[in-house]
Ligand binder design. Structure first.
Ligand SMILES: [Zn+2]
Length: 1075
């Protein structure tokens, strides 16, 4: 209301520095926390010294009461005397505060992994061949050569030069002196190209911390910029011998199937059978040969080092959420300590220092946005979210903007009024909520009020917050396509087994609570409902053949408790796979089945899982095949990315209204039209699980694990999410798997721990740099157990008029997540090449903006990247070659792309970063500690290496996590001892490439690898299927090669070349600006 009653300047939260806390030294339960974090001199950053001295004392957060919470969690019984709130409005609905119009609805999408194709023969990359480039001479300050990791003082330069003749003769991995000994040896992994010019002694520790104060200068000779990646004749042998020049390439399987069944060009490679004579693969079956880079790739910033440094920085210390100087990367595993701001795993911003005005934001070119993952899984050693109950009145809220009470609200007039952190309105404190305040304005009861201490809390809410349904424990309906194709592929059996193992343990104990009910239906040309009432001797099937007028033929007994009806359910699931064998029909009425499931759940809301094998080909709104390959990579391709029938969208909206979340499980043998079918999960907050070329033997386990995860993860339904922000900013766009019913509310028929949504912000007016900018994300939803709750996440940031600050506090992970979602949205309206171009241009604009505004005095020949955004190019490069944006063609059809688009649209920031730049580990050199429990109570992972074939050693063993698969790559010269300790065999040709689990052996290496894989699986939302690949022997190596994201593919040049292109464009932009 009035400014003087507003909150004091940034980040001085009253509860934060209060005396009582400072007298309570925190004794950390486990990891050794240095009582006084070392303070480093300004401008210097080293891993252990990340905590920067700031206005607040870093040592203090540990003494914060929330840490005591950690030790002795307090449940939250709270007094509720009753004094009606000024007005009780319907939850989350707008109250006053008109918002400018926005696009009514954002169709969104989500699954897949990335891939690539080698260029066809005779189509060299679009880079002009040039004479061997001169060594770049940097006219600026003397270049510091060395590892990019070495930190340089501000504006020192690194020379990123063309390799001199010596450089070009760097030994390939094969020629390197053996640096590995098996089994694991204690040795820090070094990049294979160790024959660098004598480098400045390199601290093993990484380069700059994320928000370092120094700029990295990448000097690129303009000549080099244009030169680039011709394969060099006479150069050292690349890891792929035989000079492969992969032509019209054998395509990898449609996506993740280990069997290459969709190969073009009459090549149908047989799978290698262990023990059978091995033939090396024909040249065109092998991964593309990678040209020898003319610029040392080691000079390019890589996520590998940046992620590891960030991890190191947070290894043994907590991240206090008020410490905004350095927010952990999304990929970092840290322990968050909620001090009033919510943990970044729930809410992240593209920059932690907001540009003060629209002009400044426009100048920086950075997208201004938040990514919220409201139900994100917390670490088990973090304080659990407190549940607050304010009684029948519901949570205390601002009467003007309806924001929830938060640690950022201040109390005035002796505690009788509170000032809203969002709109600054001074509200009366309800009598029952009144408490006196102390001299500093802090409530004396604050220790008993989690909502005034923590950035994230959950409120139990009364009846006013119910939707049109009374909240009920979550019900699940499983709908299984039993058409001929589904039966034949083994999908029906896989689905039934997956449902069985999801609902019941191995000893047949129900895994769901008795109040969660389950229903099962099957469908072909008609829909079959099953009465599972416990009083029946066995399940009773009721068939609805009039699918145009769907109804539920069972009054009581369709949705049942898995405890009472256990035997009936188990028996039914055992018999479904054989029940229809004799009467299999080709028709599949998908839409009718969804309608049936929706009707069954209409009273309560719930989750519907539909298992579908063919394109819906029966009944109203049957789909027509439209996958016209002549449209691929043309202007008209985008028409294949939008639903062909609006009825699917309409049904999705009805599901949203009924609080029914639809998850589609697709197992197509041919085109199934994911673009149309995925509209249902997209608008209802569900998932598209996509298993092309389903093969029971290989894939049944994946479905089992995935369904188990999807059903048992933390989830809710019937949700509405709104993000409020303080004056001066507004949310203008939302991206995610949801339905936008109004401009401000994301309707989430289903919401789970894996889903993240993005909200794009815009300035309304100038922000006050002396005031915090407050964000509040409120999710009203029904939990699995049937409680109606509001989960609130608060984030307060500061604004700045210094553009360098905006860049310094940027968050590249969140930024790429937002850019990619925008690109995916554009794909429905724009040509894919235009989208690629737009993404690249955006990257250039951001880097140019930095260059012009923050580093204008540097030499034009130098490529200068903002420290916090130095990974932007590699992520944009990865995004362009990801499944969502990649061209469809030999190895991908529009289905795979549609699935990829939907996956990326819902993926959280961490998984997105790991998917567009996968984690690749070197197993043969890992230390003994890897795979063991570290001091922080977590399994230690080996050192990561960069994703390029040039980094793989033919005698090495590597593990790659692509997000949907985990590959173990065995070099052709791998040591027999390693094979023995991992697989129990001596020779490479004895290793079974079809294995889906690693043998458990009594060797240290085997133990380590199992522990590492378990850890990776625990970090992913999709089940990681194991594939073992023997170099030059297994066709799947091609798919593996598509995960080598620094290499080129058919459309995208190598990372190094991409960087050169960016550099050239930045120079052009700067020239334009000068004129
Ligand atoms: Zn307000």
């Amino acid at each position: 209301m009035n400014n003087e009653s507003r909150r004091p300047p940034p980040m001085t939260h009253p509860s934060y520095q209060q005396p009582p806390y400072q007298h309570q030294p925190f004794q950390p339960p486990r990891p050794p926390v240095s009582p006084q974090p070392p303070v480093h001199p300004p401008g210097q950053h080293g891993p252990p010294q990340y905590s920067q001295p700031g206005p607040r004392q870093l040592g203090q957060p540990l003494a914060h009461p929330s840490m005591q919470q950690r030790l002795s969690p307090q449940p939250g019984p709270f007094p509720n005397q009753h004094q009606p709130l000024p007005q009780q409005r319907s939850p989350l609905l707008p109250a006053g505060q008109p918002r400018p119009p926005q696009p009514q609805q954002r169709p969104m999408m989500p699954p897949a992994s990335s891939g690539a194709l080698p260029p066809p023969p005779g189509h060299p990359l679009p880079v002009a061949p040039q004479p061997a480039p001169q060594v770049a001479t940097n006219p600026g300050p003397p270049p510091v050569t060395g590892h990019p990791a070495s930190l340089v003082a501000p504006m020192q330069s690194m020379s990123l030069r063309a390799p001199s003749p010596q450089h070009t003769q760097q030994p390939t991995p094969q020629q390197l002196p053996p640096q590995h000994a098996f089994p694991p040896q204690q040795q820090q992994q070094q990049p294979p190209q160790s024959a660098q010019p004598p480098a400045v002694p390199q601290p093993l520790q990484p380069p700059n911390p994320k928000h370092g104060r120094s700029k990295r200068v990448y000097a690129v000779d303009p000549q080099v910029t244009n030169a680039s990646t011709r394969p060099e004749a006479g150069g050292p042998t690349p890891p792929w011998p035989h000079g492969l020049n992969p032509p019209q390439q054998a395509a990898p399987p449609l996506s993740r199937s280990p069997v290459m069944s969709s190969i073009q060009g009459n090549k149908q490679p047989a799978m290698n059978i262990p023990g059978s004579p091995q033939q090396p693969l024909p040249a065109d079956m092998r991964p593309p040969q990678q040209p020898r880079p003319r610029i040392d790739p080691d000079q390019m910033p890589a996520p590998v080092q940046v992620r590891e440094q960030d991890q190191l920085a947070f290894e043994n210390q907590f991240f206090g959420t008020m410490e905004r100087d350095r927010v952990p990367l999304a990929t970092t595993d840290y322990i968050g300590l909620d001090q009033g701001n919510s943990n970044p795993r729930y809410l992240r911003a593209t920059t932690d220092k907001l540009p003060v005005s629209k002009d400044l934001a426009d100048t920086s070119k950075l997208p201004l946005a938040l990514v919220v993952q409201p139900l994100a899984k917390r670490r088990s050693d973090e304080v659990a979210l407190q549940v607050v109950n304010h009684g029948d009145e519901g949570p205390v809220r601002c009467s003007r903007c309806r924001a929830y009470i938060s640690p950022w609200c201040s109390f005035i007039q002796g505690g009788s009024r509170f000032v809203c952190s969002i709109c600054s309105h001074a509200n009366d404190v309800p009598n029952w909520y009144f408490s006196n305040t102390d001299m500093s304005g802090r409530r004396v009861d604050i220790d008993q009020r989690p909502e005034l201490r923590y950035g994230s809390v959950e409120f139990d809410v009364p009846q006013d917050y119910h939707s049109s349904r009374a909240p009920a424990p979550l019900s699940y309906v499983f709908a299984i396509d039993v058409s001929a194709q589904a039966l034949q592929s083994g999908m029906v059996k896989a689905a039934c087994e997956a449902i069985k193992s999801t609902l019941f343990s191995a000893t047949s104990d129900p895994k769901l609570a008795p109040e969660n009910r389950v229903g099962i239906l099957t469908f072909d040309k008609s829909v079959h409902f099953y009465n599972l009432h416990p009083s029946l001797p066995q399940a009773l099937m009721l068939v609805v053949s009039d699918i145009e007028d769907m109804f539920i033929p069972i009054q009581d007994g369709f949705l049942v408790d898995t405890h009472a009806s256990k035997d009936i359910i188990l028996e039914l699931l055992d018999s479904i796979p054989t029940m229809f064998q004799g009467s299999a029909r080709p028709e599949s009425a998908f839409l009718a089945a969804v309608q049936g499931g929706k009707q069954a759940l209409a009273l309560t809301g719930g989750h519907l899982h539909v298992f579908q094998s063919t394109m819906p080909n029966h009944g109203p709104h049957a789909l027509k095949p439209r996958d016209d390959k002549t449209l691929y990579n043309t202007e008209k391709e985008k028409s294949l990315m939008v639903p062909q029938d609006e009825a699917y969208k309409d049904l999705a909206k009805e599901c949203v209204k009924d609080g029914v979340c639809v998850n589609t499980w697709l197992f197509p043998a041919q085109y199934i039209d994911v673009a149309t079918l995925a509209v249902l999960p997209e608008l209802t907050g569900g998932d598209v699980r996509f298993y092309p070329n389903f093969n029971f033997t290989a894939d049944a386990t994946i479905v089992q694990h995935q369904l188990d995860h999807d059903v048992h993860r933390e989830l809710g339904y019937d949700g509405v999410l709104r993000i409020r922000c303080s004056d001066g900013l507004q949310v203008i766009d939302h991206y995610g798997n949801c339905h936008m019913s109004t401009y401000t509310d994301m309707e989430l028929a289903g919401i789970d721990e894996d889903k993240a949504m993005a909200a794009v912000l815009k300035h309304d007016s100038k922000l006050d740099p002396n005031r915090n900018v407050a964000f509040q994300c409120a999710l009203l939803y029904t939990t699995k157990a049937g409680q109606r709750r509001v989960r609130v996440h608060n984030l307060n940031l500061t604004a700045t008029s210094d553009i360098a600050e905006v860049f310094r506090h940027g968050d590249v992970d969140t930024t790429i997540s937002v850019l990619l979602r925008k690109a995916i949205f554009d794909l429905q309206h724009k040509n894919r090449k235009e989208v690629h171009q737009k993404l690249t241009d955006l990257c250039v604009e951001i880097l140019t903006a930095y260059r012009v505004n923050c580093a204008s005095s540097t030499s034009p020949g130098q490529l200068i990247l903002p420290e916090a955004f130095k990974l932007l190019p590699v992520y944009v490069h990865g995004a362009i070659r990801s499944k969502a944006l990649r061209g469809v063609g030999n190895d991908m059809n529009t289905d795979a792309r549609s699935a990829g688009m939907r996956l990326f649209n819902g993926l959280d920031v961490k998984e997105l970063a790991w998917t567009i730049y996968p984690r690749l580990f070197e197993l043969h050199t890992m230390s003994k500690e890897c795979g063991e429990m570290g001091v922080n109570g977590y399994i230690e992972l080996p050192t990561m290496i960069r994703t390029s074939y040039g980094r793989l050693n033919t005698s090495g063993v590597y593990l790659l996590d692509s997000g949907s698969d985990v590959y173990i790559w065995l070099g052709s010269k791998v040591d027999g001892k390693v094979l023995a300790s991992l697989f129990g065999v001596d020779r490479l040709d004895q290793v079974d490439p079809n294995m889906t689990t690693m043998p458990v052996l009594h060797s240290e290496l085997s133990h380590q690898v199992h522990a590492i894989m378990d850890k990776l699986k625990s970090q992913r939302s999709r089940y990681l299927q194991l594939h073992v690949i023997r170099q030059e022997l297994d066709p799947l190596e091609f798919t593996f090669s598509t995960c080598m994201t620094e290499d080129r593919n058919a459309e995208v040049q190598t990372y190094v070349d991409f960087m050169c292109v960016l550099h050239r464009k930045i120079q052009e932009e700067m020239k334009k600006l000068q004129h």
